[in-house]
Structures are given as structure tokens and as C-alpha cells.
Design a protein around this ligand. Structure first.
Ligand SMILES: Cc1cc2nc3c(=O)[nH]c(=O)nc-3n(C[C@H](O)[C@H](O)[C@H](O)COP(=O)(O)OP(=O)(O)OC[C@H]3O[C@@H](n4cnc5c(N)ncnc54)[C@H](O)[C@@H]3O)c2cc1C
Ligand code: FES
Length: 254
């Protein structure tokens, strides 16, 4: 069930200039969460930011009642959020969206940029089912693949950077691990990346889930500002997604 909750930041970590992560504690029992769901974060005391900002739940701990968010600083809202510190409170609506299906016995998880975030919870969900995923993380440079240490021990991990500063030089789709015989692919990140991943998945007839990051306003299916075209008509990314079967999303098949 969706909740509006005043979380407290219990830990803040900085990853280079562009990224930071929060561990946030809920004052009440954490709602059940699925990997791939997201939150809407209120940006306080920022005159020109009226709307909450959607951020994926990177990880969660139902025992400790904590969630973790990994945030890229891109504009006014995230710049303001970056100024908050441990002890500060943050108003959050959660859990939102559908989440990943967590299927297949030999899955490939592909993330780029801030799209790496929801793949951590997904990798853990696979491990909880006794499945070891292959995890491929990409970025322009090593600095732009944040919080990668969190994936250690969760699967076979590969990195692709455009400048070769970490892992193999090139795009995630050019990485040697990308050619494996997978039975499911899940991907989140910049649109050109997830589109390229989906295209290859379609060519190889591998079921593929894409997590879309369309601009959002309400986050709960009321304003229709986040719609995407699918073979079943317009769908709200916030309510019907953000995770979709790539075969059904028109923009992933153009
Ligand atoms: C379901 C979902 C999950 C997301 N998860 C994460 C996450 O885990 N970590 C994270 O860092 N970001 C995530 N994002 C993106 C994040 O919501 C935006 O980066 C953020 O709202 C930008 O707010 P801002 O005020 O800093 O930027 P603004 O000042 O509003 O915009 C600055 C720049 O960022 C661009 N921008 C704004 N929103 C988006 C967006 N949704 N997608 C692409 N570009 C955008 C604008 O076009 C503009 O160029 C997610 C988005 C969605 C929809
Ligand atoms: S953000 Fe309002 S309907 Fe999706």
C-alpha cells in the first residue's frame, strides 16, 4: 500500500561529484517493496521546484525499516536534495510502480548511469531465489558507475566504459558478457542504451524488461504526463510501469 512517510537520513555517501546515496529509516514498519519500484521525493525549500522527484529504490531492508536511494545530481531538485545530511528528514511517497518480474534462470541485468540503482535490489531478489545473475554496468567513465561495490558477491559482474577506465572499453552492448546465452534480460538507464539492449534481445528472442524513466509529475497515474505508447495503447509509466516488456513498448521497437 502506498504511504506518505517522513523518513530520516541515517547515512549519506558521496560518489564523485555527480552522485550521492542515502540510507533512510522509516519511523514505522516498512511497506513491502519489489525490486524496480520507486519513490517520489519531496524537494523542500526550493521555490522553483514544485513537484516531487521520482527516484528508484536501490535497496531496502525490511528488518531495519530502511531504504537506499542513489541520486544523480542533474538539476535544481537533485542539487537541493544533495545538500541534505544525516539526521535530516525527507518526505517520501512509496512504494510506487510495478517492479521487475524476477524471472529466468540465467538472467542478464544491464544498467547505465542512475539506471544502475534498481538493479541492486533486483540482483538481491534473484539471489534470494537461488539464481546467480550476470550484471553488466556501463558509463562514460569509471566515476560515472557509482556504488558498484554494492554488487560484489551478487553475480558475475562486468563493466563497460567508453574511455576504458574500468572494465572493457566500449558500450555495454559491446561487452564480451553481453553475448552469453541468457534466458531473460532486465535493463535500466539512458534511453539509447535500453533501446539498444532491447533491440539485441529481440533479435536473439530473449524476453526483455525495460525500466523507463519518463518525466513524471504526480507519480500515481492522475496527470497522464508520463504516458508511453504500447501495443495495448497509452500506459502511465508511473502506475503501469516503470517496468515494461520491451516487446510491448512502441519506442523500444522503432
Ligand atoms: C521511475 C523513475 C526512476 C528514477 N530513478 C532515478 C534514480 O534512482 N536515481 C536518479 O538519480 N534519477 C532517477 N530518475 C531520474 C530523476 O527523477 C531525475 O533526474 C530528476 O527528477 C531530475 O530532477 P531535477 O530537479 O534535479 O532536474 P530538473 O531541473 O527537473 O531537470 C534537469 C535536467 O534533467 C532532465 N530530467 C529531468 N527529469 C528527468 C527524467 N525523469 N529522465 C531523464 N531526464 C530528466 C531534464 O530534462 C533537464 O535536462 C528516475 C526517474 C524515473 C521516472
Ligand atoms: S506522473 Fe502523473 S500519471 Fe504518471
Amino acid at each position: 500500500m502506498k504511504r506518505i512517510t517522513e523518513f530520516t537520513i541515517v547515512e549519506r555517501r558521496q560518489y564523485g561529484e555527480k552522485y550521492f546515496a542515502w540510507t533512510l529509516r522509516s519511523p514505522e514498519k516498512l511497506q513491502p517493496i519489489r525490486a524496480g519500484q520507486f519513490v517520489e521525493v519531496e524537494v523542500r525549500d526550493c521555490a522553483d521546484v514544485m513537484l516531487r522527484r521520482p527516484i528508484s529504490i536501490q535497496d531496502f531492508d525490511l528488518q531495519a525499516d530502511t531504504i537506499t536511494l542513489l541520486i544523480q545530481i542533474v538539476g535544481k531538485g537533485t542539487r537541493k536534495l544533495a545538500t541534505l545530511k544525516a539526521g535530516d528528514s525527507v518526505n517520501i511517497i512509496y512504494p510506487l510502480g510495478n517492479g521487475f518480474a524476477v524471472c529466468g534462470n540465467n538472467p542478464l541485468l544491464v544498467g547505465g548511469g542512475a539506471g544502475i540503482a534498481p538493479l541492486l535490489g533486483l540482483a538481491k531478489a534473484y539471489r534470494a531465489k537461488g539464481v546467480t545473475p550476470t550484471i553488466l554496468l556501463g558509463g562514460r567513465t569509471e566515476q560515472l558507475i557509482p556504488a558498484r561495490e554494492c554488487f560484489e558477491g551478487l553475480g558475475t559482474i562486468g563493466f563497460a566504459t567508453e574511455d576504458g577506465s574500468l572494465g572493457e572499453r566500449g558500450l555495454v552492448t559491446q561487452h564480451s558478457l553481453f553475448g552469453g546465452r541468457y534466458d531473460h534480460i532486465a535493463t535500466c538507464g539512458p534511453t539509447p542504451m535500453i533501446k539498444a539492449v532491447a533491440k539485441i534481445a529481440h533479435e536473439r528472442s530473449i524476453p526483455c524488461e525495460v525500466s523507463l524513466e519518463n518525466m513524471m509529475a504526480c507519480g500515481v497515474g492522475a496527470c497522464l504526463c508520463c504516458v508511453t505508447d504500447t501495443d495495448e495503447g497509452h500506459k502511465c509509466v508511473c502506475k503501469d510501469g516503470p517496468v515494461f516488456d520491451s516487446k510491448k513498448v512502441v519506442s523500444m521497437n522503432e
